[in-house]
Design a protein. Structure first.
Length: 275
């Protein structure tokens, strides 16, 4: 007569130990790199940014004078960096929205009931990835543009006044926009609505305000693209100008507050509502 198979007691734990934050980081990195479109999207975006810098440097007539001043929008042309903002915000949003649309978010929250921690892990991986992308794009833009300008005796070194600030601001523009997109994705949970909102807030809204009135200038300077343009400019505003120009410390503060506030709202939202 054989003994019956042993049955674990009813009080035995049915699940393993809770996931550590570094485990969530590894999981989110695997999710991100497993998407085939992500490397291609990033590569094409960086190539477009570098190409924009090369074209801007080649077509700038001011470089023909042999000026030794830093020409910021040759190294960091708005067209290239507005594209970087758009792509970073949309990819950041898709890291969340794609899970809501596929239902994978339910699996994630069952495995890790601390929903806010999941959002923070997504934000950390997104910030790290896009900081690396932004650094490559920013450094590459400067090197490409100065290679073109040096042939026309208008290039400047990295130590030239204003260059380092412009390089850092352009590098950090990508993670700032990616985190804003991620936060909006958690709040809206719909791909089309999130992308339209990201484009409106990051690219279209600044064009609605001018610097001729104080209230309008304050609203304009509180937006990411306006802060980036101010940080890229190497010169100080004319004190006799009638325009209300943004300050450098205020522009850095905008860089900090936008991703911080949107991610904080996203964490608050997932803790307060059902998936």
């Amino acid at each position: 007569m054989t003994a019956p198979p042993s049955v674990p007691p009813a009080t035995a734990p049915l699940t393993g130990p809770p996931a550590r934050f570094r485990d969530l980081l590894a999981s989110e990195w695997i999710k991100m790199r497993s998407l085939r479109s992500t490397p291609w999207t990033i590569a094409l975006t960086v190539l477009f940014v570098l190409g924009s810098a090369a074209v801007a440097a080649m077509t700038d007539g001011a470089a023909d004078s042999g000026s030794t001043e830093f020409l910021p929008f040759d190294a960091y042309p708005p067209a290239g960096y507005w594209t970087l903002m758009l792509v970073a915000s949309c990819v950041g949003a898709l890291t969340v929205v794609s899970e809501y649309s596929s239902g994978l978010i339910r699996t994630s929250t069952v495995a890790v009931p601390a929903r806010g921690t999941v959002v923070l892990a997504k934000a950390a991986v997104t910030a790290a990835l896009w900081t690396a992308v932004g650094t490559i794009a920013s450094t590459g833009s400067f090197l490409v543009s100065q290679a073109v300008l040096s042939a026309r005796h208008a290039g400047v070194p990295l130590t030239h006044p204003g260059v380092l600030r412009a390089l850092v601001a352009s590098a950090l523009l990508a993670p700032v926009c990616a985190l804003v997109g991620l936060g909006l994705g958690v709040l809206l949970r719909h791909a089309a609505a999130t992308m339209v909102t990201s484009v409106f807030v990051l690219l279209m809204l600044p064009t609605m305000f001018s610097e001729s009135h104080r209230w309008s200038a304050d609203l304009k300077h509180a937006l990411v693209s306006s802060a980036w343009q101010r940080l890229v400019e190497p010169w100080e505003p004319d004190p006799h100008s009638l325009a209300y120009t943004a300050t450098v410390p205020g522009s850095w503060l905008v860089y900090v507050l936008w991703p911080l506030v949107t991610v904080a709202l996203a964490v608050f939202a997932v803790r307060r509502r059902d998936v």
